[in-house]
Design a protein around this ligand. Structure first.
Ligand code: SAM
Length: 282
């Protein structure tokens, strides 16, 4: 979503010679969501994994770095006992989410959705069964002490038997300056690693889009991150006080591609690029 770096980039671009602005009808959140989000998959994942870990159904959810809050809204729409809290400090994606996701829910479901325009480090929400930070948003914390502080706050947001989920990505391709392209038919999505410093894992990634017959919209989203690895994350989560850290890995189909099913394991074969999850149990 629109991070500070996006704004900086925009300002930089202004001072350079004429860079074409995206077409006025270009809705970057629409293409972002079509490319990298599938709220139903996330709900299935949370319901399945939480039940496996805790033996009960999760009802309350806090989405940190919620952006447009598509998952926050989908969560509450599951039933009258489901409540959700989406936290993001940028009004732009939050306003978009209120208009495009919240407004589409039934009025009674809307009442159980709460957007908080706040910093994840200070936002106060009622205790929840599940807290999560997806699409690697917590990679903005580049110092170990900052990440530890955030993980402690995430733990505090949970009920006594709550679970905190994060995703992460890796593999040699993700540490190489390169562009990955996915054709969605009417538009193309590009995921570019623009910089990767192997000495501290600081990196810059960007998302570009290209609609058929139009010029590429470059740097629609830009992320300045530290790419944390599984072992570091588990150590820091443990230090933050979580009692157990469960690592998942994705199963494979006959072609060796990910099959969308994640199983618990401590041992995996590295591949060129992967995305996976950790469940940190309070
Ligand atoms: C990569 S986007 C992720 C959006 C969404 N979680 C997703 O899965 O697509 C990161 C979001 O984090 C928000 N953000 C960055 N720092 C934040 C902070 N300290 N507290 C709350 N939100 C923050 C940005 O405004 C942006 O919307």
């Amino acid at each position: 979503m629109l991070m500070k770096t996006d704004k900086k980039n925009k300002d930089k671009n202004k001072s350079k010679k004429k860079k074409k602005a995206p077409p006025v009808d270009f809705d970057k959140y629409l293409y972002y969501e079509k490319s990298v989000q599938n709220p139903q998959n996330e709900l299935d994942f949370f319901n399945e994994k939480f039940s496996e870990i805790k033996g009960r159904k999760p009802l309350t959810l806090r989405e940190d770095f919620c952006g447009t809050g598509a998952i926050t809204c989908a969560w509450a729409a599951q039933g009258s006992e489901h409540f959700s809290y989406g936290v993001d400090l940028d009004p732009e994606p939050v306003d978009y989410g209120r208009k495009h996701h919240l407004a589409k829910l039934k009025p009674e479901d809307q009442k159980r959705v709460n957007y908080l325009l706040e910093n994840v480090l200070t936002a106060q929400t009622p205790k929840v069964d599940i807290a999560f930070a997806f699409n690697f948003s917590y990679f903005i914390f580049k110092k170990r002490s900052e990440l530890l502080d955030y993980f402690k706050k995430a733990k505090d947001a949970l009920n006594d038997d709550g679970v905190f989920f994060i995703d992460l990505f890796g593999g040699p391709d993700s540490q190489t300056v390169m562009v990955d392209e996915i054709d969605h038919g009417d538009f193309k999505y590009y995921w570019e690693c623009q910089q990767f410093n192997p000495l501290n894992n600081h990196c810059r990634f960007a998302i570009h889009f290209k609609r058929k017959g139009e010029k590429k919209v470059k740097n629609a989203f830009v992320y300045e991150w530290r790419m944390w690895v599984m072992s570091e994350l588990k150590d820091i989560l443990t230090e933050a006080g979580f009692s157990q850290c469960i690592s998942y890995w994705e199963g494979e189909d006959e072609d060796g591609d990910g099959d969308g099913n994640f199983f618990v394991t401590e041992d995996a074969e590295n591949c060129d690029a992967w995305v996976t999850y950790i469940a940190a149990v309070k």
